[in-house]
Write a protein that binds this ligand. Structure first.
Ligand code: MG
Length: 215
């Protein structure tokens, strides 16, 4: 299986990101992506079952990004947006852990940033996924993330720049999606650093799906 991650899918997060488009661009002038931006984490990035996340020693600034995660449950290749809803039946939450210092360095040098995003256990995924039938419209979902009991991120999928179905249509033009693949749909604003001893919890429509320690 593979993990597809969407970058810059919430406008407020695009504005908070430092230096994405180069230092010369003023924050307010920063352009929004015209098409979904995606990257892939390997299956070794998975962190399941609310197991603890160990901060890797190669980074001084590992940050959380809480995201809605879609689990693909059929083979999808070149799917039209209007049929994309058939490709998944359940959604959950995940944390896209990011070594921001490494990412910044790679971006500054114009290099790919796999080391900042694809490292072991950088994709925490909730043990439970929620059937679509038990949720409101996919683009009307609320989720939130707390660090040590303090609210840090609130997401509303209606604020996505690219909808879940648009993402599936776009990605499946280039990369065939298979059963069990996961799509991290992008983080809302409020990303921040994790430290040893932190506890991360996150809920989707009032259901707590993530609850684990940082070590
Ligand atoms: Mg992310």
């Amino acid at each position: 299986m593979k993990i597809i991650c969407i970058g810059m899918n919430y406008a407020e997060h695009v504005r908070e990101l430092p230096g994405v488009w180069g230092g010369a661009v003023q924050q307010r002038e920063r352009p929004m992506p015209q098409e979904p931006v995606f990257f892939i984490k390997p299956d070794t990035a998975l962190l399941r079952n609310n197991e603890p996340f160990y901060i890797p020693d190669f980074s001084e600034d590992v940050q959380y990004e809480c995201e809605l995660v879609v689990r693909i449950d059929r083979l999808c290749k070149g799917i039209e947006e209007r049929f994309a809803h058939r490709c998944y039946a359940e959604v959950g939450l995940g944390i896209d852990f990011t070594a921001r210092d490494l990412q910044r360095r790679c971006k500054a040098e114009g290099l790919p940033w796999e080391i900042a995003k694809g490292f072991d256990h950088s994709a925490a995924v909730a043990p439970v996924f929620v059937p679509k039938a038990e949720l409101p419209d996919m683009q009307q979902l609320h989720f939130s993330m707390k660090l040590n009991g303090e609210q840090r991120q609130t997401g509303f999928t209606g604020d996505m720049i690219f909808s879940v179905d648009r993402i599936i249509a776009y990605v499946s033009q280039f990369v065939t999606l298979r059963i069990g693949d996961l799509i991290f749909t992008g983080t809302p604003a409020g990303v921040g650093q994790v430290h040893i001893g932190d506890r991360i919890t996150a809920e989707l429509e009032g259901r707590i799906l993530l609850d684990f320690q940082v070590k």
